[in-house]
Each structure stands twice: as structure tokens, then as C-alpha cells.
Design a protein around this ligand. Structure first.
Ligand code: 1CP
Length: 352
């Protein structure tokens, strides 16, 4: 099987062009978590849906919120509205999103990993796949459509702890005490992620992003074992089904290990957080991958000069190489939607 029908119109999709190796200036732009609580229209649809997971599993509403930031700002990419925790949910682990508290899961005992069946996810995720089809058929043809999943390490941190933690201590402890049981969990998540991403591509996603939000808490050996190797298996597994599939990795906080991550996983692009020095990214990263980032989300909250200077610095530092303009992490709920408009305008008006 090769990559799907969207290929024919790929040349007008700028994010896809950068993923394929081109340098564009001004760079294309989208924003992580662009559909979210900072938008009043999102909050309205969220209220209509009831629960957060109801929003993810109702194709019509998931399509609506995916399109909201595209209508408002004309971003160059749309990202599927879902969450990284739909995989544990589809594996039968109960996930609840409590207002203002973040996700809560039933903590997983590694002795029970054998009960998890990666092949069982498709039933529960059928509405997500339906949303993918609806979104692609509604999006402007020049908009790149991104699917995504959480990386096995990051998803495992939530499954083990049962919630978000500041330092992922429960998962780090589990990985060092019971590496065999932990590897079994990672294997389940690798298999589920390959199925999930391959199906998103089959239904119309142009490219996919693997979010490894908590990659930065591991030492070198554990990073290799739980971040690089599983991601490499996902990249290879997805490309075995869709040859040439375009994949973005986001191992947040990987710092100097980013270079090795790219070389060993084979991703086409990497998300880069705002603490990474532009010189390092330009000299060591952009020659081997496209880069997505890396404005500090706080600058979008503050706006004005702080925003303008941040935008200019990213463009000056990284604009000569392969760049997809983005934030260094997700936009926060306290960001002013007017600042996002200012951001997009400034990037689009940029001259070399
Ligand atoms: O009530 C709400 O509306 C909840 C807020 C929210 C939203 C808007 C959550 C709960 N998830 C999402 C959507 C979401 N999550 C997207 C959709 C598309 C888009 O970007 O517009 C994506 C890509 C994610 C990915 C995600 N979820 C990550 C990885 C990226 C990142 O930001 O680090 C992680 C770690 C999660 C878990 C999660 N889901 C929600 C929250 C609040 C969290 C973080 C919990 C924590 O660690 O405390």
C-alpha cells in the first residue's frame, strides 16, 4: 500500500512540502493545541459535547473543533482533534477528564499488562477514524492535515501514574524496577500506535506527529530504550503499511540527544521547544530534518513587543533552513486569540 489519494494535491500543501525537504520563506505555520480552551468557539462546542471524550468520539463535533482555528486564522495545517489518552481508553483502561484537573486514569499494575490487546483498539476508535475522513473532505485543499498519537513513553507515564505528574517519577521507577514488564507495556503501545497512525493515514491524514512530551526526564540509556527504540519501531511499522509516510517526532526536552533521535528513528521532522539555542538547531538539526517550532508560548500570552520580538528571533534564527513555524509547546488557555492573529500576520508578512 502507498500513501493515499491526498498525494495528488500535495504540492499546494506547504507543511507537507517542508516535510518532503523544501525550504519555504515565509515558513508555513500552525500551532500545537490550536483547537483548545483559548478559543471561545471551542469552549462553546466543548459545553455542547458534555465530556471531553464525548467531544473526541463524536465525529461531527471533533470535525467542528478541528476546523475552528483554520477558519479563524487560516493556518497551513489542521491537527486532528483527539487526545493521546484515547489509546489507553481504547485498550480498556478507564480515562476521565475532569474540568480544570486534567486526565485521571486507573493506575496500571505492570503484572496486568498481558490483559491489554492492541488489536482491540479499532472498535472504540472508529469514531476518530470517521472524524479523520470528515475533516479531510471539509478542509481547504491547500491545508495539510496532521494525525497524531502520543509516544509510548509519554502514554505509559500517564498509564502508570494514573495522572500527569511533574517529574514522571512513577513511570521512571517502574521502568528501572521492572524493565521486562515495562517493555511489555511499551510493546503494546508500539503496536497500538502503528495501527492507529496507519489507519489515520489511510483515512486521509497527510502526515502524523508523535508527541513525546516527557522524553526530557530520562537519562541517556533510558532515553535510548524507551524513546528512540519504540519511536523507530513506530516509524518503520507505519512506513511498512504506507511507504514514504511523513512523520514528525516531538521528543520534548531531548536537548543534545535530538540529533541521535532523528538519525535513529528516521522521522522527517522534529518539534523543538523554546529552550533550544537557534545556532544548535540551525547547524546540527536543520541539515538532517525539518524543524517545527519554537516560539515560547508565554510570548503569545503576553503579546505586543514580547510576541513580535520572539517571532522575529525564530525567523532570523531558523528561517534559512527547513522550518514549520510553531510554538515550542502547546498554546495555553490564557492566550488571547487576538495575539494569535498578530502572530500569523507577522510570520506571513516576513521578508528575508
Ligand atoms: O477540557 C478540555 O477541553 C481539555 C483540554 C484538552 C485539549 C484541548 C486536553 C486534555 N486534550 C486536548 C486536545 C489535544 N491534546 C490535542 C488536540 C489537537 C490540537 O492540538 O489542537 C492534542 C494534540 C493533544 C495532545 C496531548 N494530550 C499531549 C501531548 C502534547 C502536549 O501538549 O504535551 C498530552 C501530554 C496530553 C494529555 C492531556 N490531555 C489533556 C490535558 C490537560 C493533558 C495534560 C495533562 C497533564 O500532564 O497534566
Amino acid at each position: 500500500m502507498t500513501t493515499p489519494a491526498t498525494e495528488g494535491s500535495a504540492t499546494e500543501r506547504k507543511v507537507l512540502r517542508v516535510l518532503a525537504g523544501e525550504t519555504l520563506f515565509p515558513p508555513p505555520i500552525w500551532v500545537m493545541r490550536q483547537a483548545g480552551r483559548y478559543l471561545p468557539e471551542y469552549r462553546a462546542t466543548r459545553a455542547e459535547a458534555g465530556g471531553f471524550l464525548d467531544l473526541c468520539y463524536t465525529p461531527k463535533l471533533a470535525t467542528e473543533v478541528t476546523l475552528q482555528p483554520i477558519r479563524r486564522y487560516g493556518f497551513d495545517a489542521a491537527i486532528l482533534f483527539s487526545d493521546i489518552l484515547v489509546i489507553p481508553d481504547a485498550l480498556g483502561r478507564k480515562v476521565a477528564f475532569q474540568e480544570g484537573e486534567g486526565p485521571v486514569l486507573e493506575p496500571l499494575d505492570l503484572a496486568r499488562v498481558g490483559d491489554l490487546d492492541p488489536q482491540a483498539i479499532d472498535g472504540r476508535l472508529a469514531p476518530v477514524y470517521e472524524a479523520v475522513e470528515r475533516i479531510r473532505s471539509t478542509l481547504p485543499s491547500e491545508t495539510t492535515f496532521l494525525g497524531f498519537c502520543g509516544a509510548p513513553w509519554t502514554v505509559a507515564t500517564y498509564m502508570i501514574a494514573g495522572r500527569g505528574t511533574p517529574d514522571q517519577a512513577p513511570a521512571r521507577r517502574a521502568a528501572l524496577t521492572d524493565p521486562k514488564g515495562f517493555a511489555q507495556l511499551i510493546d503494546v503501545l508500539v503496536d497500538a500506535s502503528i495501527r492507529y497512525l496507519a489507519e489515520q493515514i489511510r483515512r486521509g491524514a497527510d502526515a502524523v506527529q508523535i508527541f513525546d512530551t516527557w522524553a526530557g526526564v530520562l537519562d541517556e540509556a533510558e532515553f535510548e530504550r524507551w524513546v528512540i527504540r519504540p519511536t523507530k519501531r513506530i516509524v518503520e511499522g507505519v512506513r511498512a503499511i504506507h511507504s514514504g509516510a511523513r512523520i514528525i517526532g516531538f521528543p520534548k526536552g531531548a536537548q543534545a540527544s535530538l540529533e541521535r533521535y532523528i538519525r535513529e528513528t528516521g522521522v522527517d521532522a522534529v518539534g523543538v521547544d523554546w529552550t533550544m539555542p537557534a545556532g544548535f538547531v540551525r547547524e546540527r538539526i536543520q541539515p538532517i530534518a525539518a524543524v517545527q517550532g519554537n516560539l515560547d508560548p508565554m510570548r503569545v500570552v503576553i503579546g505586543g513587543r514580547a510576541l513580535d520580538e520572539g517571532v522575529d528571533r525564530v525567523l532570523e534564527g531558523l528561517g534559512s533552513g527547513r522550518l514549520i513555524f510553531n510554538l515550542g509547546h502547546g498554546i495555553t488557555p490564557d492566550a488571547d486569540p487576538a495575539n494569535v492573529a498578530r502572530l500569523v500576520e507577522r510570520v506571513r508578512a516576513a521578508k528575508r
